[in-house]
Design a protein around this ligand. Structure first.
Ligand code: MG
Length: 303
């Protein structure tokens, strides 16, 4: 299943739960009256929190419902971030691909050394942005806006102290995240949080592909272009800490909850690693793609 959050052309302010079926988006709201005893999950986050019985029910209810009465052409809807406002910060991995660690260590005069444990930081809910919406660039705040394509993991089953061999059972699905970064702000403050957290600096989507459909998260191509020019191209097999290991490390003494989002780090090819470094400018179009999910495309817009 591919789940999305969208606004229909007939009601541009509404936020609807959608199921992507080819070039159609099925409107789950059309099945509200068929949901037993109320409690219809009106958002994707609500559905994820409702658990596996609700996931199966939604899949059964909406299967094949691509008639005009129940769905819209995908090109006609406004695609929103699949989870509009996560309940906590997006949890992110730093330096989780070796070649990216190398490219960023050189300009920063940092020792090239694989981390002994994952590096974690977060991005706040206010950074979440739609899959095709502009990335706001406040030039009074940063002159060094950079991109990072990353596989996003959405937790489905709550857990703590999750062993790596059970970890993937806790995943609801996968999405694309662009971990947009203000490099000057990121390094000015030592901790990365601020430079990673500006408003709109976490575009995500266009959908969440359920874990059963996505398959092995360590064998997917990911890539990123700027104005059509390829800048990043790698495979998730190159992660230093794979998704299962990340969940084991993160969940030690820390409860992961349904709807939590983990961004798993970016491969080489970021603007900081270019010689000389090359950052995004007003009007640049950044497209981040992952095999099995699709692509998100965001224009940088000076504000
Ligand atoms: Mg990143």
């Amino acid at each position: 299943m591919k789940y999305a959050t969208f606004s229909p052309p007939t009601d541009p302010a509404a936020m609807r739960l959608g199921i992507v079926a080819g070039d159609r988006v099925i409107d789950a709201t059309a099945f509200r009256t068929k949901w037993p005893s109320g409690g219809f999950p009106s958002s994707l986050l609500d559905l994820i929190i409702a658990g596996p019985d609700a996931w199966r029910r939604m899949a059964d209810l909406t299967a094949g419902s691509t008639s005009d009465a129940h769905s819209f052409a995908a090109k006609d809807v406004r695609w929103r971030a699949p989870i509009l406002r996560p309940r906590k910060n997006v949890m992110c991995l730093g330096l989780n691909y070796f070649n990216h660690l190398v490219e960023t260590s050189k300009p920063l005069n940092r020792e090239i050394k694989t981390p002994d444990a994952p590096i974690f930081f977060t991005k706040p809910p206010t950074a979440i942005n739609g899959p095709y919406d502009p990335i706001p660039w406040d030039r009074s705040v940063t002159e060094q806006v950079d991109y990072e394509v990353e596989l996003g993991v959405v937790i489905g089953m709550e857990g703590r102290n999750i062993r790596s061999d059970r970890a993937l059972n806790h995943v609801f699905g996968y999405t694309i995240v662009n971990d947009v970064s203000a490099r000057d702000v990121q390094y000015r403050h030592k901790q990365w949080f601020k430079g990673k957290s500006l408003d709109g600096f976490c575009p995500m989507g266009p959908c969440i592909v359920t874990a059963d459909e996505f398959g092995d998260p360590q064998n997917k191509r990911l890539s990123l272009t700027v104005n059509g020019e390829q800048r990043q191209h790698a495979n998730t097999s190159e992660m230093i800490y794979g998704v299962a290991a990340i969940i084991e490390w993160l969940s030690r003494g820390l409860t992961l909850e349904a709807g939590d989002i983990i961004a798993t780090g970016t491969p080489e090819g970021v603007g900081l690693g270019r010689k000389p470094p090359e950052y995004l400018s007003d009007g640049d179009v950044v497209e981040a793609a992952i095999e099995g999910i699709g692509a998100i495309r965001n224009e940088v817009k000076a504000i």
